[in-house]
Write a protein that binds this ligand. Structure first.
Ligand code: RAM
Length: 348
C-alpha cells in the first residue's frame, strides 16, 4: 500500500514545487519579466577575458544572486583582454535588449560611447572589479579599498626581502583601471616613506595582459635582472604564471600579489609566495547582481546614500568613489599564508 501511494505523492510534490517556482522543466529559474516593458529580465556579466578563472568565480556569485532574485544570468567575455572585443559584446547585448550589464572593463574610457548608448536604451549599467569612468556606468562594485591593496602589497614586499632588494611589478594590460590604481598606491607608499624604501627600489613594471603565456614570458624577462628580489603581481593570472616560472627556473626571487588560493596554495606552502592577498571573488559577483536588481527595481538610483539589501551579504550603502562616481564596497582584502590557504583552496 505504502509503495503505491509514494509515486503520486512524489509527482504531486514536484508539481507543486514547479508551480511555486514557476519552472518549466525543473531546472529553469523563475525568470521575471520587466514590469514596464513586459520582457524577460536578463542580467549580463561581461568578463575582462572569458577564460580567466577569477572572472568565472565572480560569475558563480553573479549567477547565484540572479537565481535568488529570479532573473536570467548571462556570461559573456572576449577571447583576449581588450576593449574592442568588449565593445562588440556590449553592442550585441544592446540589440538583445538585456535589462542589465555588469562589466569588468579592460579600459576605463574606451567603453564610454557604447555604455552610454546602453544606458540611453534603458539598460542598467554597472562595473565590477575594474571600473569604467563615472559617466559610463551607474555604480561601480569595488572589491576592497584600493589604497589598502596598493600600500599593503608594497609593505608585504618590503618585509619579505627584509628591506633590501629590487621590486618588479607584473601587471595585466597597461589600460586596466583597477591594476593601475593599485600600482599608483604602491608608488605613493614608496614616495611617502623614501627612507624606509631606499633599498627596495621599483625596478620595472611589466604587462602580461592577463594572458598565461605572455605573463610567463614577462616573468622570464624580469628574472634576467639580478637586482630584482621580489615580484608583485596584482593579478591572479600574472601571479600564477610568475609562480610557475620562478619554480621551474629554481629562482630565489620571491612573489606576492593578488592570487587565487586554488592556484597559489602549493606556492604559498613551498615558500615562493610567503603570503598574498585577495577578497572573495564569488561575493564580488553576488554583490553586483544584487546591486543591479536594486537598480532595476528602482529601490536605488545609484546616488550616494542609497541603501539596499544584498542577500546574504546584508545591507549595503552606495558611497562616492575615487573616480567621481559612486560605488558599493565589498570589504577588506584577506591575507592568505601557509596557515589558512588550504581552507580556501577548494572555494576559489
Ligand atoms: C585578475 C584580473 C582582475 C583582478 C584579479 C585580482 O584576474 O586582472 O581584474 O581583480 O586578477
Amino acid at each position: 500500500m505504502k509503495k503505491k501511494r509514494a509515486l503520486p505523492i512524489c509527482i504531486c510534490f514536484i508539481f507543486m514545487i514547479c508551480i511555486m517556482s514557476g519552472c518549466k522543466n525543473g531546472t529553469e529559474v523563475n525568470n521575471k519579466t520587466d514590469i514596464n516593458k513586459g520582457k524577460l529580465v536578463t542580467f549580463a556579466f561581461v568578463a575582462k577575458e572569458a577564460q580567466n578563472p577569477y572572472m568565472k568565480k565572480m560569475y558563480d556569485g553573479f549567477q547565484k544572486a540572479c537565481k535568488e532574485v529570479g532573473v536570467k544570468p548571462l556570461f559573456m567575455g572576449p577571447k583576449e583582454a581588450n576593449s574592442e572585443m568588449q565593445i562588440e559584446i556590449i553592442n550585441k547585448l544592446i540589440s538583445e535588449k538585456v535589462s542589465g550589464i555588469a562589466i569588468a572593463a579592460n579600459d576605463a574610457n574606451a567603453l564610454q560611447t557604447v555604455l552610454t548608448k546602453a544606458m540611453k536604451s534603458g539598460i542598467k549599467v554597472i562595473s565590477l572589479d575594474s571600473p569604467v569612468n563615472a559617466k559610463s556606468r551607474q555604480i561601480h562594485i569595488e572589491q576592497a579599498d584600493p589604497e589598502k591593496i596598493g600600500r599593503g602589497l608594497i609593505q608585504a614586499a618590503y618585509e619579505m626581502v627584509n628591506g633590501n632588494g629590487g621590486i618588479a611589478i607584473l601587471s595585466t594590460t597597461a589600460q586596466s583601471a583597477n591594476q593601475n590604481l593599485w600600482i599608483s598606491w604602491m608608488k605613493k607608499e614608496m614616495k611617502d616613506h623614501p627612507d624606509k624604501y631606499a633599498n627596495t627600489p621599483l625596478i620595472t613594471i611589466q604587462y602580461g595582459d592577463d594572458n598565461d603565456e605572455k605573463s610567463e614570458m614577462k616573468t622570464e624577462e624580469i628574472l634576467k635582472n639580478r637586482n630584482v628580489k621580489i615580484i608583485i603581481a596584482p593579478t591572479t593570472v600574472g601571479m600564477f604564471a610568475a609562480a610557475k616560472v620562478i619554480q621551474s627556473s629554481n629562482s630565489d626571487v620571491l612573489l606576492t600579489g593578488l592570487g587565487l588560493p586554488s592556484e597559489m596554495a602549493p606556492y604559498v606552502q613551498n615558500g615562493i609566495c610567503p603570503w598574498m592577498y585577495l577578497w572573495n571573488p564569488i561575493d564580488v559577483g553576488y554583490l553586483a547582481a544584487y546591486t543591479m536588481d536594486s537598480l532595476q527595481k528602482g529601490t536605488i538610483t545609484g546616488v550616494e546614500g542609497d541603501i539596499f539589501e544584498a542577500g546574504t551579504l546584508g545591507q549595503k550603502v552606495v558611497t562616492n568613489d575615487f573616480y567621481g562616481g559612486t560605488e558599493v564596497l565589498l570589504g577588506d582584502p584577506f591575507k592568505f599564508d601557509s596557515t589558512n590557504i588550504d581552507e580556501w583552496k577548494n572555494i576559489y
